[in-house]
Design a binder for this molecule. Structure first.
Ligand code: G6P
Ligand code: MN
Length: 445
């Protein structure tokens, strides 16, 4: 079975390869094709993968290419993990937004819109190529903003593209842990959009355990989201939000923390990753060790400004392992081998949330088997959450429309309608500011 990874020179590719190495079962991935626009990144990551495979019998064969069509032909699965504009683009997204006093995070608010406007045309081009060259392949989208990008690709690929994120599963795991429940056996009642969802219940043997957590300030203070949002606010909500909702509920504080930080997240990662790729190019360095060091630092500093703004302290050791690759591998196995499972994924709504149309991509628990991912029925969201979900989905639709038409006015509308952008004047300045720094936005006229 052949897996093609677009963005194959990306930093997190060794996580995926590491997960593949643990899979010994019949029907596993035997060939990995890495595609990247940058051959230097491909060779650096190839060195890491070769070290990972040392001593592993029948490790999946790795090949690399800079030709996207070659990479796609013959693929059974395609992981799309691209970063249009690179980390410099991410840092620019943050800088332009913060200069206007609004959030520049890569998936939330103005930064997410800028990144989406840049990424959607590229993702759509990839989707069209997959539809032509590998029509039976399944595409797993890792690229942020993941919900929006998955929706853009689904217009060409239908239900053959599925978006993934590890935040919901991480949240479910943490809640289960503090409640003393087995995360593998608990039902996590989660729904929303990517980076905009809420856990409303956690059922074990038919009983909802979440009220026990919400009633206990000690338990609430003992995990990441509890410390980020504060026990009182979680009790008011009656739910545990995805960590990315911290940018909404504490917007002023997070914008201030990001403005005061020495480096934004994008700028920090740009420098950190540049050091790694430099090191890994040098044949004298142990590439895997350098990668592990870099990764540990990246994990430890994840959402550091939010934790600082909330006084939440350091991340816990158990939360440092990420989990993207586990979600991706579980999804691929379920589809390829009909191993039925339940995963929280980004898929088309159908009739799951009645306030959205059938084509809107949402993040929801899905039953997965050889036929793909099927969203399960969930209770409706409360009014405050419905309001945010509908507002942000409307923004996403303007981004998709602007990417399709190239309309400047539609791009302004996307920014102006976002709940975290507080003025149409600011929205116009954001479009102008982003157009000035991103060649990839020259299409907006
Ligand atoms: C979480 C999010 C991802 C994000 C990742 C890395 O897992 O769900 O969407 O890509 O963190 O964030 P970072 O700031 O390290 O790039
Ligand atoms: Mn994510």
């Amino acid at each position: 079975m052949r897996l093609t990874i677009l963005g194959g020179g990306g930093f997190r590719v060794p996580l995926v390869y590491g997960a593949l190495l643990t899979d010994r079962a019949e029907g596993r991935v035997t060939d990995v094709v890495l595609h990247d626009v940058d051959p230097d990144r491909l060779s650096a990551i190839s060195r890491v993968l070769a070290e990972q495979a040392t001593g592993v019998a029948d490790a999946p064969r790795v090949t690399t290419t800079t030709d996207v069509d070659d990479a796609l032909r013959g693929a059974d699965f395609v992981f799309s993990a691209i970063r249009v504009g690179g980390l410099q683009g991410r840092a620019d997204d943050e800088r332009v937004a913060l200069a206007e006093g609004v959030l520049g995070q890569e998936t939330v608010g103005a930064g997410g819109i800028a990144y989406g406007l840049r990424t959607v045309p590229v993702a759509v081009d990839i989707a069209a190529r997959v539809a032509r060259l590998a029509p039976d392949a399944w595409v797993i989208n890792f690229t942020n903003p993941a919900g929006l990008v998955t929706e853009a690709m689904s217009r060409h690929l239908g239900d053959r593209v599925i978006g993934i994120c590890d935040s919901p599963v991480g949240l479910g795991r943490r809640i289960a842990r503090v409640l003393g429940a087995d995360p593998g056996r608990a039902w996590i009642d989660y729904v929303g959009l990517n980076h905009l969802g809420w856990v409303r219940g956690l059922r074990v043997e038919g009983r909802d355990e979440l009220p026990r957590l919400l009633a206990d300030p000690g338990l609430l203070g003992s995990f990441e989201e509890g410390r980020l949002f504060g026990a009182e606010w979680l009790r008011s909500l009656g739910a545990i939000p995805n960590e990315y909702l911290h940018y909404y509920y504490y917007n002023r504080e997070t914008v201030r923390a990001y403005r005061e930080a020495e480096l934004t997240r994008g700028a920090f990662l740009r420098e950190q990753q540049a050091r790694f790729y430099d090191e890994a190019r040098d044949a004298a360095t142990a590439a895997l060790a350098a990668w592990n060091r870099t990764r540990a630092e990246r994990e430890a500093t994840y959402m550091a400004e939010n934790r600082e703004a909330a006084g939440a302290g350091e991340r816990e050791a158990d939360d440092l392992s990420g989990g993207y690759e586990k979600v991706a591998l579980a999804l691929m196995r379920a589809i390829a081998r009909d191993e039925r499972t339940t995963l929280i994924l980004n898929v088309r709504n159908r009739s799951t949330l009645s306030v959205l149309d059938a084509e809107a991509v949402i993040e929801v628990p899905c039953l997965v088997d050889a036929n793909g991912a099927h969203p399960v029925a969930v209770d409706p969201l409360p009014g405050h959450a419905t309001g945010l979900v509908c507002a942000v989905k409307a923004v996403e639709r303007e981004v998709l429309a602007a990417a399709e038409s190239g309309s400047y006015a539609t791009a302004v509308k996307a920014f102006a309608l976002h709940p975290l952008v507080d003025s149409v004047t600011v929205a116009r300045r954001l479009v102008d500011g982003y157009r000035a720094v991103h060649p990839g936005l020259a299409y907006l006229r």
